[in-house]
Design a protein around this ligand. Structure first.
Ligand code: TRP
Ligand code: SF4
Length: 400
């Protein structure tokens, strides 16, 4: 298996709801079983749109981390940290800005889209224009290979790949690259050097992607290579100069179809959410008062589940038997709507129970959360510092 490093961030702009759970967090919990994962609170990204309401960000940061832990993100498997506690992200953002054509940023689709959507705010700022570049810095600084994102964010990953390519193109050249690369191949030792050469030839002459992957894997396993030699050998594989920044891949998370209380997609802006750790009384009340098929005015009127938001929640939470019971009961007026809602209420409460319990642990002892984040930030900073050393060197910023 190729060594994948997964990284994703979330903006702390309010409390998380079940839509976040079904759309994003469930996926994080799965990925932490398979990959080295880094998940972070993108507080600087939140400031690009919420610069005038920093209190919201401040309130949301710890709540969001508790929400992550509540759903089962496991600090023993994933590294959790806060963006602004790793100031190296800002340094990389600045350095990358030197080579970022303004037109590239202006053409990222979210730039205009968000300005239109959030028209009550002035998003004509320098910071907001730089949003995708800050995201690139987040990703490139950890040399992440996989970035789980929703569809709207795919252009940001594409943009990041272009920035990495441009950076390597401008700064990856060094005099005598070919000789230095060949010397580095020798350092791999007889057998491995031969294998590397074979795989490189196969890729370069026949475009054999498998050979490329195997060669990368081989390099990943070489503990004793210096960072510079590693970059040379990665770059030499694909023909260019040194590869200092790595191009990440978007890992597309299927769009969340989690319905809200009114049948539209669950979203804070529709005011139709159930928050992750909402108390039982409130959850019960919200579902009990959900609208149903408008044609079903009296208990004796038959209904049509297709026209009912409750049915959509059954799709998420109910098994075949229950769904059958709903279909039958609704279309024959055999069950009432309150009755129909009960299995949904039970299922949501059951889903939330372990979340509430885990969260309680952290609410009772906030230092646990602080320590998890401190450890995560420390680990993140170490990796970020390694990349920054290479970046500064490549850009001629090491004056000794
Ligand atoms: N822009 C992302 C969003 O709105 C959040 C984010 C910031 C992010 N930095 C990132 C996601 C790096 C993935 C990787 O959802
Ligand atoms: Fe909706 Fe169920 Fe009432 Fe039918 S019985 S209208 S599906 S809540």
């Amino acid at each position: 298996m190729l060594v994948d490093r997964v990284l994703s961030g979330m903006r702390p702009t309010g409390s998380l709801h079940l839509g976040h759970y079904h759309g994003v967090l469930k996926n994080w919990v799965e990925m932490q079983q398979k990959y080295e994962c880094f998940f972070f609170v993108a507080d600087w990204h939140a400031l690009t749109t919420h610069y005038d309401t920093p209190q919201i960000i401040e309130q949301s940061v710890w709540d969001m981390v508790i929400d992550w832990l509540a759903v089962g993100v496991d600090p023993a498997r994933a590294t959790l940290f806060i963006q602004s506690r790793v100031p190296e992200h800002a340094e990389l953002h600045l350095l990358l800005s030197m080579i970022t054509p303004r037109g590239w940023l202006e053409r990222v689709p979210t730039y205009k889209d968000q300005q239109e959507k959030l028209s009550e705010k002035d998003l004509g700022t320098y910071g907001f224009l730089g949003y995708p570049l800050l995201q690139s810095a987040d990703i490139l600084i950890y040399r992440a290979t996989q970035v789980p994102v929703g569809e709207d964010q795919v252009p940001h990953i594409e943009f990041t790949r272009e920035i990495a390519r441009r950076f390597n193109h401008i700064y990856g050249r060094e005099s005598g690259f070919e000789e230095k690369a060949k010397a580095a191949v020798k350092k791999l030792g007889g057998k491995k050097a031969k294998l590397y050469d074979e795989l490189r030839t196969r890729y370069q002459e026949q475009g054999d992607d498998e050979a490329l992957q195997s060669a990368k894997l081989l390099l990943d396993e070489q503990q004793s290579l210096s960072m510079s030699d590693r970059e040379r050998l990665f770059g030499y594989l694909e023909g260019g100069g040194k590869m200092i920044l790595f191009e990440p891949h978007a890992m597309l998370t299927a769009a969340s179809k989690m319905p809200g209380l009114d049948g539209q997609k669950m979203s804070k802006s529709y005011n139709n959410t159930i928050s992750l750790r909402e108390d039982e009384v409130s959850v019960t009340k919200k579902i009990r008062t959900m609208p149903t098929d408008p044609a079903r005015v009296r208990r004796t009127d038959v209904g049509n589940p297709e026209k009912c938001p409750v049915w959509q929640l059954h799709q998420v939470y109910s098994n075949e038997d229950t769904k059958h019971w709903v279909q039958q009961g609704c279309t024959s007026a055999g069950i009432g709507c309150i009755e129909c809602k009960q299995p949904v209420i039970d299922a949501v409460l059951a889903e939330q129970k372990p979340m509430r319990e885990r969260a309680q642990l952290y609410l009772d002892d906030p230092t646990l959360v602080r320590n998890i984040i401190s450890d995560g930030c420390e680990k993140a900073r170490k990796l970020a510092a390694e990349t920054m050393r290479d970046v500064r060197e490549a850009m001629g910023l090491i004056y000794s």
